[in-house]
Design a protein around this ligand. Sequence first.
Ligand code: ADP
Ligand code: MG
Length: 677
Amino acid sequence: MNASHDVSSLKGIGKDLARKLYEMDIETIEDVLEHVPFRYDDFVTGSLTDAVHGDKVKFAGKVQSEAVVRYYGKGKNRLSFRLLVEERYSVTVTMFNRGFYKDQLKLGEDVTVSGKWDLHRMTISATELQFGAVEGELTPVYSLKGDMRMKTFRRVVELAFGEVSEPIEERIPDPIRATYRLMDRGAMLKTLHFPATRKELTLARRSFVYEECLYFQLKLQALRLGKRRGQGRALQLDETDIASFITALPFPLTGAQRRVAREILDDMKRPERMNRLLQGDVGSGKTIIAAIALFATVRAGKQGALMVPTEILAEQHASSLAPLLEQFGIRVGLLTSSVKGKARSLLLEALEQGELDILVGTHALIQDTVLFERLHLVITDEQHRFGVEQRKRLRNKAELADVLYMTATPIPRTLAISVFGDMDVSVIDEMPAGRKTIETYWAKPEQLERVFGFVEKELTAGHQAYVIAPLIEESETLDVQNAMELHAILAERFKEYGVGLMHGRLHASEKDEVMQAFKRNDVQILVSTTVVEVGVNVPNATMIVIYDAERFGLAQLHQLRGRVGRGDAQSYCILIADPSSETGKERIKTMTETNDGFKLAEKDLELRGAGNFFGTEQSGIPRFILTDPALDIQVMETARADAVRLLRSQAFFDNPEYVVLKRFIERENLLGGERIE
Ligand code: ADP
Ligand code: MG
């Protein structure tokens, strides 16, 4: 039988079972073979170095230290000792209520323990202990849906392997497979389902991960290098003119700003479309880079657009860019949903006539009624806040135009290759000189009165404060302070000051009103949910208090903290938190230790794992079957280089051994069929 046959053609698979398989999106025999286990249970590790953090494992080894028993509570105890595994690795074993083993655990004695593996602490929390070295078996564990049972699925896999007689088609061309000594596809799949040893499994996994990475990177690189990226138009840039604009800025650029400005300007001079991401921590000075790119565009005779996620930000940008650009005769317009009637039609007319050079606005910019005469550069700020759909529309609107995305959401370098593989990336990794770091403190809920005292001190000094609560309304299940209740409490506590309330359920006009009042300093304390998270710039605010801080991710805490520290005065961030988990504690502690968004992102990744890295949806990290984009970074990099090399070679398009890869690329409609120069 051929692997492309329907699963129902397997002997022993009836209608009912077939239906359950279809529900799991498994239709063909090949689909069964490709549904590989995500983990293996209850094994004696071939090599401890292959054990995965969090897995249930079984290690054999020799007792290396005398067992220690701690007693606590009502007759409870905890036994711990060190175990030497593979004659090399010293592992800690802990067990609850097995104090009675203490005297039996003689030094040098062979024992086998099974339990959960903590890679970071090199500890196994054992639930079982056997004397003697026990041989184990690798039992595959599959992810299942609906009514499918593990045992049943294992049987389906056995049936599938039993019936397939024809060889399984290779996905990796022979020359590449030979170079990296990868398994052939049939052996690889069989090993993943029925591994005999851990070593063999490692090899099979390596082959699988490479395959996943190569196909992923082929797609990305075809997008990045290929036709889709599309022809653009080269701009004639006047370098001396641009240099004089930079000299006219109120401050000298940092080295990093100079470098990224260069990268962007070089892109603009090329005939291909620019598709670049500019990453820079909160406050690193991205706006000025946007100004330089917009200036260069207008001086080359074109129009530019700057799109931001909120009206507040649009107004902020328009009012900071206009004075810089207008001294050079460049005309800047602002378009938000609040610009209505006559003003709106005049603005749109000027844009279409080409009397306006730059338009700053919210997503109102991408409406069909907004027409540019000669649009060439589109910049989005805080790009992670825009939906995929909005970004796509923007790109379509700006046919042939250069696109620059700016974001303060730091993606660790190890993940950037997966997330932004189809873009060129520039990074501002330096802060303007003289920035004061925001002092960050961790307060327990019972220290609230002291926190209020601190807030009062700042207010007395003429400054303002944000107070952040995670939810709008009371929730029975979550024990969190809510913004409304908090607002009431603070209004009572700080009677002599203005206390404002901001949350996502307010209308745009109400939000704007509250925000303006805070900007004008009519309101001194702004109680808010996370809606103030991005971009908001009120330099007189020097303090931010975040309630239930343990409920936020590191990335979000960092964005919130970035609301202060925008003026000359020393600023403070107070995290009110009572974390119950170790990672919660670690998160809060990390916040108090660093102001560096990239360091925080790395830490976040370490604490959460790539899968949960601040919401897969938002960060754009693709889902893989076995690849962990954070851990398999080397394979990913190799695959990326291979993909680029293949797409640029003539052999890829001519030689039969690449036909499978080429078919894949064609199916995805990514290339016109010729070599990429
Ligand atoms: P972000 O990268 O968060 O968008 P902004 O562009 O808003 O940061 O810049 C933050 C502040 O730093 C602004 O007030 C800006 O004028 C100032 N700034 C930017 N670049 C420099 C520089 N090279 N030297 C001094 N101040 C700068
Ligand atoms: Mg900004």
